[in-house]
Design a protein. Structure first.
Length: 458
């Protein structure tokens, strides 16, 4: 990519796209792009030197990005060329056009890729891995799917480390462009069936991904996964989980707002690890991250320090109010198993307390495919409010609404439905000690208003 002088992003405000944009800014390239709406991310990119506009209009593409010989165009798979005039223009005019994952794949062939794949847990595990290595003597580059609280960014630059930490996204088979040196696979619960069609095809996609790990590399996979790893000769396969596998926790101590445990590892046990974000789901996330950090050469003391100082990721078990009287957090969980993990962690953390969830389903297809599983996970609580479906890239599907989830919730639990406009009224109704807002849509836009309502009560 040395001959590239300018990089234009179609969908520059996406969490994965913006990380790559920051990489090219740090490389001294001209960076610009389009996004549908302004956001904190796009505003920050503009401050860092990117040229961004918010209307799909070929006339708005700056002249600096119109030379096909020196401009690379990067687009998100959420946008189809036939539906976007700017992307159609670049394709028609013969520019080099790549998906985000193709660019990341190139980076995994020039650096040692430490990749985290799986239906859920990717963002937290990859962010933990990046923090463990960045604060160690090993260091790393990182392209993450969330904003880390330690660094306030989704991108970490190192001019000395041979490692790059990447969140490996299975959507649109994007992770098939990667060439990992080592990879974690956290989970293979079926998702994105609008892309894959069947669970079997989804699992096969993960098997294909595992075959891309370089000879001499490592696969660290959660115990009990349905997929069959298909690794090249010379790849070492490890397993992990909270209680079993090559990497697992021992002597877990939970109490007084702290979680401490020992790591059992074939690469060297580590005693007295304390979680900086003390929720039980982070025990497994931490085990996977520590496995990658050990593979990369971080020491026991560095890992212990890194785990204790990891501050979390925006929208992942993200506390906005946390007092003895009241807690409010938001979480990006949008798959039934993600929701189950989140709510089980909350139940463990707040035993005997009244916990309420406000959930915004994400995508009509995902709701259609998993509405019973969503209802089953949400039924772990005593009080749930279901918001209208956030469509994202999809058109409505006849008969698919939030009512499907609502009708399958556990009989006898307190439940209600509301539109987005009714979310704040639901919050004002109270009746809870702990509130969690769940979903990958625009429910996040209400977080500050919810916090403002609840803070005087905390």
């Amino acid at each position: 990519m040395t001959e590239i002088k300018a990089v234009y992003f179609v969908g520059i405000g996406g969490i994965g796209m913006s990380a790559i944009a920051r990489y090219f800014l740090n490389c001294g390239k001209l960076v610009g792009g389009y996004d549908k709406t302004p956001s904190d991310l796009t505003k920050q990119l503009q401050k860092e030197g990117a040229q961004v506009h918010y209307e799909d209009n070929v006339d708005l593409i700056p002249v600096e990005f119109r030379d096909r010989e020196s401009t690379l165009v990067v687009y998100t798979p959420a946008i189809h060329p036939s539906e976007h005039s700017e992307l159609s223009y670049f394709c028609r005019e013969g520019f080099e056009v790549q998906k985000r994952a193709q660019v990341l794949g190139t980076l995994t062939r020039s650096l040692k890729g430490l990749c985290v794949a799986g239906t859920h847990g990717k963002t937290t595990t990859s962010s933990m891995t990046a923090h463990l290595l960045h604060q160690s003597h090993v260091d790393c580059n990182a392209f993450l799917g969330g904003i880390t609280k330690n660094y306030g960014t989704n991108y970490i630059l190192s001019k000395k480390s041979p490692y790059v930490v990447i969140e490996a996204d299975e959507f649109d088979r994007s992770f098939h462009h990667l060439t990992p040196y080592a990879s974690v696979i956290t989970a293979t619960d079926a998702d994105h069936l609008d892309i894959y069609g069947t669970e079997e095809a989804y699992l096969e996609s993960f098997s294909k991904y595992s075959s891309l790990i370089l000879p001499g590399g490592y696969l660290v996979m959660h115990t009990g996964l349905k997929m069959r790893p298909a690794v090249q000769d010379g790849v070492t396969v490890f397993t992990y989980s909270r209680e079993s596998g090559d990497f697992h926790a021992k002597d877990v101590r939970i109490g007084d707002g702290r979680i401490v445990f020992d790591l059992v590892s074939p690469l060297g046990n580590i005693q007295d690890i304390e979680l900086g974000v003390p929720v039980s789901v982070n025990i497994e996330n931490g085990i996977a991250a520590m496995a990658l950090a050990q593979i990369a050469g971080a020491t026991a003391d560095e890992i212990r320090r890194g785990m204790a100082t990891f501050a979390g990721v925006d929208r992942r078990f993200d506390f906005h109010i946390k007092t003895d009287k009241l807690a409010y957090l938001s979480d990006y969980a949008h798959h039934p198993e993600e929701i189950r993990c989140c709510l089980e962690s909350l139940r463990e953390l707040y035993q005997g307390r009244r916990i309420k969830a406000i959930f915004q389903p994400h995508l009509y297809t995902r709701t259609r495919d998993f509405y019973r599983d969503f209802a089953d996970a949400l039924s772990l609580l005593d009080d749930v409010c279901i918001v209208d479906i956030y469509p994202a890239r999809e058109e409505p599907i006849p008969g698919v609404t939030s009512q499907l989830i609502y009708d399958n919730l556990r009989p006898g639990m307190h439940r209600q439905m509301c539109s987005k406009d009714g979310i704040l009224d639901v919050v004002r109704q109270g009746g809870f000690d702990v509130l969690v807002t769940l979903g990958a849509g625009d429910i996040e836009d209400y977080v500050q208003q919810i916090t403002d309502i609840l803070r005087p009560l905390s």
